[in-house]
Design a protein around this ligand. Structure first.
Ligand SMILES: [Ca+2]
Length: 238
């Protein structure tokens, strides 16, 4: 009788273990497939994140929609924009100072010490009159930005007004509008060495639209405009 109980208990245990084993088997059959898909997605995401904006054939092109947006900037879609997208500032005008809650940044690298002219593709809204909605504040971190005033370099140690005009189509342009001393000038970035740099834009005019930035080195401004027209963002994904 005792042996019968032991045999019965063992049998119960066996059935119990068998049924326990059955369910996880279904789970293990399903889960590796799900896990593989998830891992693939994660790897693709990581690879995308490893791409760095850098110089390529004398150009550094940065899509505005890839800026780190903050405050009252938003991404909008338009087939006229490079990459099908641009950014728009929808907050109030900030003509006299920078509201840093609307400061946006982008990082990029250069492979050697070099000088770049800074330009952009921008657009004013259709209803904007004259020079409305056509500017932003711009600053190159670590004071690597320079203007050319009275036949001399002027190091830019804080935000300055950057301006141009464009309607309907996104227009290539962008010059500094300095007030002390009053002058109009190219903006030149003088990178002292290879490495990563940061460019900041802070909102100034409501409904200003920015498509992308074009920094060029060693080519004329006309050539930079022509070369950048059909060139996408300059990425290195190694
Ligand atoms: Ca764009």
């Amino acid at each position: 009788m005792k042996n019968f109980y032991i045999t019965f208990l063992l049998l119960l245990l066996f059935i119990s273990c068998s049924s326990d084993n059955t369910e996880p088997e279904i789970t293990t059959k399903e889960s590796p497939i799900e896990k593989t898909e998830t891992e693939t997605e994660t790897e693709e995401k990581n690879n995308a994140e490893e791409c760095k904006i850098t110089n390529l054939d004398g150009l550094i092109i940065i899509e505005a929609e890839n800026f780190e947006l903050k405050g009252q900037w938003r991404i909008k879609e338009d087939e006229k924009a490079s990459g099908g997208k641009y950014i728009e500032y929808y907050g109030p005008n900030s003509y006299n100072n920078q509201n840093l809650s609307n400061e946006i940044t982008v990082k990029f690298t250069v492979d050697k010490a070099s000088h770049y002219r800074v330009r952009w593709f921008m657009r004013q809204p259709d209803e904007a009159e004259g020079d409305k909605s056509n500017d932003a504040w711009i600053y190159l971190s670590d004071n690597v930005g320079y203007a050319w005033v009275n036949n001399a370099d002027l190091n830019l140690e804080h935000y300055e007004k950057f301006v141009s005009r464009g309607k309907e189509e996104f227009a290539y342009g962008g010059v500094l509008d300095l007030h002390n001393p009053k002058a109009s000038s190219w903006l030149t970035a003088k990178f002292p060495a290879a490495g990563e740099y940061t460019l900041k834009i802070c909102a100034r005019s409501e409904y200003f639209q920015l498509d992308r930035l074009v920094l060029s080195s060693g080519i004329t401004d006309d050539d930079a405009q022509e070369a950048s027209r059909n060139q996408g963002e300059t990425l290195n994904c190694d």
